[in-house]
Design a protein around this ligand. Sequence first.
Ligand SMILES: *Cc1c(COP(=O)(O)O)cnc(C)c1O
Length: 235
Amino acid sequence: MSGNIFSGDIIYEKIMSVRAHIAKAASVYGRKPEEVKIIAVTKNFGTREVLAAVSAGIEDIGENKAQEFENKYAVLGGICRWHMIGHLQTNKVKQVVGKVALIHSADTIKLIAEIDRQSRKLGIVTEVLVQVNASGEETKTGINPEGVYEFLLKAGNYDSIRIKGLMTMAQYTVVSEETRPVFRKMNKIFVDIGKEKIDNVSMEILSMGMSNDYETAVEEGSNMVRIGTAIFGAR
Ligand SMILES: *Cc1c(COP(=O)(O)O)cnc(C)c1O
């Protein structure tokens, strides 16, 4: 937790500013502003930041670690939809299944199989996104772009899972424009696969764009952005 003086008003203003930027970028792609969902990423922040975001109209909160998610969920429960956006180990799956609305980071069949198994135990279906390593950086997890279709054919065999789309993280750069080819490539995969008929797979959500690059991502077709720093400040 940072030592910043907390102000819910600042969080409100930041969210309004992010919304305005999204509206502008969405029109470039030809989407309505409300078609782009903001996931406010509260990792390293506390429950009061979640509450401030929710009172400013945010409905979706993202966490990247299972344990941190569980701690906040224990206090706040269903006041928002929760998103698991970070790398998820198979042994942590049962901490999140049944509680999160969407897992953004499915990137191995082993993980898919475990999410399916835990979901079936609870008698529920869990919605997931497949994470793609579109920037090709070795440090990033995710399926290679060329392998996405094959992966979905396999992942679609698990009936307690619905694959709702794709997620990616672009390379970090201070020049947002450099991420454009990565986002464009992702959108092409998203649109192309959307034309195919695969069991339990539908291309509805394209989760891409973070604080430093969300406008470019939305201009290139993203309909879900994951924003931490631009709303809550530096971690
Ligand atoms: C932390 C995180 C974000 C948000 O990052 P910011 O740069 O603070 O907006 C988005 N996606 C994932 C997977 C993250 O871990």
